[in-house]
Design a protein around this ligand. Structure first.
Ligand SMILES: N[C@@H](CCC(=O)N[C@@H](CS)C(=O)NCC(=O)O)C(=O)O
Length: 261
């Protein structure tokens, strides 16, 4: 029995789902809501109160990159790690950057541009409760700054510039190889898909369409894959209209910041 805890729109839940789809592994999707993540019941499975969590028989796996590697190792289907040690090392670097740098940056960008507009509808007490429910302190602080200071938050411009650098690094890797870590699709491509999907949801595709032809071509190829269709096509993000509206409003400011940088 294989079960994946997930909520719609979850960036790293999508990483795990894309990997399962690429391997053509059957699983049950346990769609949860954010308040449920903070319950003692869920925190027994995932003490960080985040998705994804994968249950495989008696085993509980957390951390999306670990889940991706586990799925690739534990199941038949196409090999999602490159053959050459150097390409494996490059793939590991993409996964590390996705976890350590790109996810916090994407969270800051998404909250500042779009999601924070939903929070003022809540009372101050609800806001505090919401923030205190985020167990990872660094994530809680980033969220608080995004809510309180918006575009003026000191973490906003570094987050935007990290994502711009991510696109630079992708452009350079894709000038060398067909896929991010060599000649075949790997976990690196699955990990990075969601970042471009979110920038696309925010209507920020000019970040690559204007000047990064290799990324543009990669993104077109990603969207024709069966895994993309099965995961992102089958369960579109219900927050997309809000992201698009708020992203379009923010774009002139974002563009100016990127031009000045
Ligand atoms: N390091 C964790 C990060 C997971 C993570 O931050 N998940 C987000 C969704 S992408 C989440 O569940 N956030 C909880 C919330 O928004 O309340 C992993 O790689 O699995």
């Amino acid at each position: 029995m294989l079960k994946l805890y997930y909520f719609h729109g979850a960036t790293f839940g999508l990483k795990a789902r894309l990997t399962l789809a690429e391997k053509d592994v059957e699983y049950t999707l346990e769609v949860v809501n954010r308040p449920y993540l903070r319950t003692p019941e869920y925190k027994k499975l995932n003490p960080n109160a985040v998705v994804p969590t994968l249950i495989h028989g008696p085993n509980v796996l957390i951390e999306s990159s670990i889940i991706m590697n586990y799925v690739d190792d534990a199941f038949d289907g196409p090999e999602l790690k490159p053959d050459l040690p150097i390409n494996r090392a490059q793939m590991a670097m993409w996964l590390k950057n996705a976890d350590d740098v790109y996810l916090p940056s994407l969270g800051t960008l998404t909250y500042t541009v779009s999601m924070r507009h939903k929070i003022p509808e809540r009372s101050e007490a609800e806001r505090q409760e919401y923030l205190e429910g985020i167990p990872v302190m660094a994530a809680r602080e980033r969220r608080r700054l995004a809510l309180e200071l918006g575009f003026e938050s000191p973490s906003f411009s570094p987050a935007l510039f990290e994502l711009d650098r991510m696109l630079d690094d992708m452009e350079s890797a894709l000038g060398q190889y067909e896929w991010l870590a060599g000649g075949s699709y790997s976990l690196a491509d699955a990990a990075l898909t969601r970042f471009l999907e979110r920038l696309d949801e925010l209507n920020f595709t000019a970040m690559w369409e204007d000047a990064r032809p290799a990324v543009t071509d990669w993104w077109d190829r990603i969207k024709t894959r069966g895994s993309y269709d099965r995961v992102l096509g089958a369960t579109p993000n219900s927050e997309r209209p809000q992201h698009k509206e708020k992203g379009s409003q923010a774009w002139p400011r974002i563009k100016e910041m990127l031009t000045r940088h």
